[in-house]
Structures are given as structure tokens and as C-alpha cells.
Design a protein. Structure first.
Length: 576
């Protein structure tokens, strides 16, 4: 299905902006409680969805800080079966977040127009949404507001939007939101109503509600009033009539009132595809290959504003059917539990696509290797063989300190930890062109834990600053960001894969920071094990501090401790 921007979005209103940063706005997609969603284009002409935060929310300091943290976390989410965050303005008004524009109706719109999804499409939806949750949870995020309006049915399969951003409202203060629950009543987990913590298991409950809605045409805890709905969510069994037996069994398990009894997202996927070991990235490719979109001869009216980033929707004229009759999935071999396995042919297609991606990755790695770190004269170095060299913490017991010839950092209750070198910068100024290097080994922690180095910064509590190069523990992501006192963090560049990453081994991380234009801007380039990963230029003026060191981080909403051992730290002066 191909449509044009003017057919997808309403016209801009007189007071609407026409440009935001590098994005040109060309229409309105909708408006929700947090802001207005616009259809836009980036400089290359690619269509994007731009959500502009309401002024009354953006004016609250607590909301701004929470919004910054949640958007930063959302940018760590892998792309499969989601609408990835590709840009944001987190510092200046108006605040906004930019995602990939997804062409297609929301699930609630599709069910209202055409009824419950047929079996094959329903199974594809169940797998696709679970795969998206695997990506979201893998970044340490809980969606918190998974509902049919936040699932879009694109031509390549279901895509989940608006993940994690709803949590920003938790920090907002003001009489209009006192006691307000974030989420949609029919899809809220019972633990939220009981005042208990929200966890990934809460998203599993919402997944069960969404799949039940898609398969039956109504919410499993429907009611005429909000109190009635809440009572049914907390005390009554779900209404699942119409779901086939295997899927009903799995949805029932997901809707258990006790979050400890629900299957994990990985267990959902294992049951759905019939394999104990699941690869969400490959499953996403399979969903895309096997998804039943509109038939080639079917004429479908272009959709009117659809639900993007939680915006309200406008119904479109109902088309006829979901497309060609679906090909039924073959039953699994004897002894395999759960739903029917996905067809073998799409799995082969997915494997071929994955192989092609790996070939391209090898080629890209070969190209990047030639752009290695610059030569630099040692300005300061420390192999941590002596526990008297001056780093914070002394001998390690917990937190940070010297241990067995390295410098260990525990990240427990905070989202990041900055440790500056022991150089007295009041007496010894760092060069204007520096190369900061360190070896790092993640001793323990989740995959979304991050290790890195920083330049032109400081670790002074409450005034942490610097340009930071961070790599995920699993190598599936790298970030260049700027931390400024009083303004928080700003992402300058990111990559889905850290080229040169050594899994389960020590990794050598290096960051070059070079003043340009008489100190008015700073150019950065980052390497991992000699392989070029990221580069960026900060043209807003350098940070006021000028030390360097190591930084340990994790995305917000996470609670697992991250422990990193650093060794062979060095600050070098880049010549030329």
C-alpha cells in the first residue's frame, strides 16, 4: 500500500511549527495527553513521526528530567518489530522525540474496521509484539502502556510504538495529575492497581490483553465504567472465548493475577515458535517474511491519522478483508510444546537475510579498521598496579576502588558513575587534542550495562560532565554523549552495533577529543579494539571542565548492578 503525506495526515494549524531542528513538518497525525504528533521529513526526505511535548508538561523540571532519561533509554532499544527512536530535542523548547513513521492502521482501528484477526495473522501479531517486548526489555525498559493503539499493522508486520515514554509522567507534579494512573484501564496489570512495582511481567500481562483483543474483537476485561474494569482486572477471569486452545492457554498464563506466575517474554516466544532457544532478531525477520499484508489487487483507501506515539486516532472507511486468504501454519512436530511453529520457508529466508547482514558487517568492519586511532604522546597513564596512584575509593570493598591490579566500579543505585583521573587540573592542564584509552572487562551485570571513557569532564558530585563514549556489555550498541551540569545528557551519535567488539573479553576503548575553531567546538572520534565506531562534533561550545577518566552507565528503569574492571588507562596528546 502506497499513500502520500497529504492523505495520511491532517493539515497543519496556523499556530503549528513548520520546522523543528532538521525536520520539516508537513501534517498532523493526532494529539494525546502528552503532546501533538506531526508527520515530518528528515533532510533526506524520509518520513518521520515527531511528537512535540505539551508546554505545561515541558515547563515542569521533574518531567523534563524524566523525559530526558526515558528518551535516552528508548534510543537503546533494538529496531526489530518496533518504531525506533531516531532523534530528539531534550534541552531546548519545544521538547520533542522523533520516531520512524510507520505506515498502517493501529490494531484497535483495524479490529474496529474489519473485526478480529484471522488465525495466521493473529499468530503473527502475537509473535511480533512479543519480539518487540524482547527488544524493549533487553534495553532495560518496561513499556508500561502496551495497548492496541500502540501496535501498528505495517506492511511488514506489527510494530510496537511509544515504549517507555509514558514513565516520564510519573515524575510530573501538579494538581491535574495527582493520583493519575498512566495507561489504559482495559490493559493495565493488576499489580499497578495494587500499588506494586511495574516490571517486565506487567508488559506480559498487557501482551495477553492485546492478543485477546486482536483474536476476539473485545478486551478480556471489558466494562462500562472504569471502576468496573478495574474490578474485573483485579478479581475476575478474562473473557477469552474465540481464541483457539493453544493460544488461549498461553494468553491465560500471561493474564495470571500474580506477576511471578506469568511466563517471561522469552518463554512466550519459545512457546509461540516451538523452539527453546529463541533469537528475537531472526524471529523479527521471519514475522516480516510471513506477514499477510493486503493483496496486490486490493484497493484500500489511504488511512487517515493513525495512532503514533500514543496520539488519538481517526477512523477510516472500512476496507474489505485483510487481504488474500492466509496460509495456515503447519502443526509442530511431536514433542514440541506451544503454538504451531512458524513455516520453515520464512525461517530459511530469515537465515539468508541474517547471513547477508553478517557479510555486510564484515565488509564494514574491514573498511573501518583502516581508520585506527591517531598516534599520541603519553600525557598520563596508570596500570593500577599501585593502589596509591590517587583514584577515588582506595582499596575496593564496594562502590569503586583498586582490586587485584585493576580499578573496579560497581554501579548499584545510580544510572551512571563517573571517575576522573587523579590529575590536578588546577596545576596541570590537559592538551587541547587528547586521546583517552582504557581496557574494560564487564565482571557482571545485564546486557544493557555500559562501560566507557570520557574526556573534557569532571566527576564532581552533582556537576558530572564530559564527552562520553559508551559501549553495551553485549556489544549491541554504542553511544557518544555529552553530559553538562544542570542540563543532563545529550546524545551526539549512536550505533546499533559496536564494531570490533570482543564478546566475553577485555575491550580496548578509545576516545579522541580535539578542539576546533579556537575552542568553540569539539570534534570526537571513538574506537573499540582499533575499529572505528562513532564520530561527532559538538558545536555548542566545550564543557567547562577538562579532566578525563572512565564512566560506567546503564539505561534508566534498570535495577541490576553493573560491575566493570578497568585497566591500562592512558591520556595521550594527539600530535598534528
Amino acid at each position: 500500500m502506497t499513500t502520500h503525506a497529504g492523505e495520511n495526515a491532517g493539515s497543519l494549524q496556523p499556530d503549528d511549527p513548520r520546522e523543528l531542528g532538521p525536520y520539516r513538518l508537513i501534517g498532523r497525525l493526532g494529539r494525546g495527553g502528552m503532546g501533538t504528533v506531526f508527520l515530518g521529513e528528515d533532510p533526506s526526505g524520509r518520513r518521520v513521526a515527531v511528537k512535540v511535548i505539551n508546554r505545561e508538561l515541558a515547563g515542569e523540571a521533574a518531567f523534563r528530567e524524566r523525559f530526558r532519561r526515558e528518551v535516552t533509554a528508548a534510543r537503546q532499544v533494538r529496531r526489530f518489530c518496533t518504531a525506533p527512536v531516531i532523534g530528539a530535542e531534550l534541552d531546548r523548547d519545544p521538547l520533542y522525540v522523533v520516531t520512524e513513521f510507520i505506515e498502517g492502521p493501529s490494531l484497535d482501528q483495524a479490529v474496529a474496521d474489519r473485526g478480529a484477526l484471522p488465525g495466521s495473522d493473529l499468530e503473527g501479531l502475537a509473535v511480533g509484539v512479543a519480539t518487540a517486548l524482547a527488544a524493549i526489555h533487553g534495553a532495560g525498559i518496561v513499556h508500561r502502556d502496551l495497548k492496541p493503539a500502540n501496535v501498528l499493522l505495517s506492511s511488514t508486520g506489527p510494530r510496537v510504538i511509544d515504549f517507555g515514554i509514558a514513565r516520564a509522567l510519573d515524575a510530573a507534579e501538579g494538581p491535574t495529575r495527582t493520583g493519575q494512573l498512566v495507561g489504559t484501564p482495559n490493559y493495565l496489570p493488576p499489580e499497578l492497581l495494587r500499588g506494586e512495582p511495574i516490571t517486565p511481567a506487567s508488559d506480559v500481562f498487557s501482551w495477553g490483553c492485546v492478543v485477546a483483543f486482536a483474536g476476539t474483537g473485545s478486551a478480556p476485561f471489558a466494562g462500562k465504567t472504569v471502576p468496573e474494569i478495574f474490578y474485573r482486572v483485579a478479581h475476575e477471569a478474562p473473557s477469552l472465548g474465540g481464541l483457539d486452545e493453544d493460544l488461549r492457554e498461553l494468553v491465560t498464563a500471561a493474564l495470571d493475577k500474580n506477576p511471578d506466575n506469568r511466563p517471561s517474554v522469552q518463554e512466550l516466544l519459545a512457546r509461540l515458535v516451538g523452539h527453546q532457544e529463541v533469537n528475537p532478531a531472526q524471529i523479527a525477520e521471519t514475522v516480516q517474511a510471513s506477514w499477510h499484508g493486503p493483496g496486490p489487487t486490493e484497493v484500500i483507501p489511504p488511512p487517515k491519522p493513525t495512532a503514533v506515539m500514543g496520539a488519538e486516532t481517526t477512523r477510516r472507511d472500512p476496507p474489505t478483508g485483510y487481504g488474500p486468504p492466509p496460509t495456515r501454519v503447519s502443526p509442530p512436530p511431536p514433542g514440541r510444546s506451544g503454538l504451531a511453529a512458524l513455516p520453515r520457508k520464512p525461517l530459511i529466508i530469515g537465515a539468508a537475510a541474517l547471513a547477508a547482514v553478517l557479510v555486510l558487517g564484515v565488509a564494514a568492519y574491514a573498511l573501518l579498521r583502516s581508520d585506527g586511532p591517531p598516534s599520541a604522546t603519553t600525557f598520563f597513564s596508570d596500570d593500577f598496579s599501585s593502589d596509591k596512584s590517587g583514584w577515588y575509593g582506595g582499596n575496593y570493598t564496594s562502590g569503586q576502588g583498586y582490586e587485584n591490579g585493576h580499578y573496579r566500579v560497581d554501579l548499584t543505585s545510580d544510572d551512571f558513575n563517573v571517575d576522573s583521573s587523579p590529575i590536578d587540573t588546577t596545576k596541570k592542564t590537559l592538551p587541547k587534542k587528547v586521546l583517552v584509552s582504557a581496557s574494560a572487562t564487564v565482571a557482571s551485570g545485564p546486557d544493557y550495562g555500559q562501560f566507557g571513557v570520557f574526556c573534557r569532564g569532571s566527576q564532581k558530585s552533582g556537576e558530572e560532565s564530559g564527552y562520553q563514549f559508551l559501549v553495551r556489555k553485549d556489544g549491541k550498541g554504542a553511544t557518544l554523549r555529552k553530559m553538562t551540569p544542570g542540563k543532563g545528557t545529550k546524545e551526539l551519535a549512536s550505533a546499533d552495533t559496536a564494531s570490533g567488539y570482543h564478546k566475553g573479553k577485555s575491550n580496548r576503548i578509545q576516545l579522541a577529543c580535539e578542539e576546533e575553531s579556537g575552542g568553540k567546538k569539539v570534534a570526537m572520534h571513538a574506537w573499540l579494539n582499533g575499529s572505528s565506531v562513532l564520530s561527532a562534533t559538538d558545536e555548542d561550545g566545550p564543557n567547562p571542565n577538562n579532566n578525563a577518566g572512565v564512566v560506567t552507565s546503564r539505561v534508566s528503569q534498570s535495577t541490576e548492578m553493573v560491575t566493570v574492571d578497568y585497566d591500562d588507562f592512558e591520556i595521550g596528546e594527539i600530535k598534528g
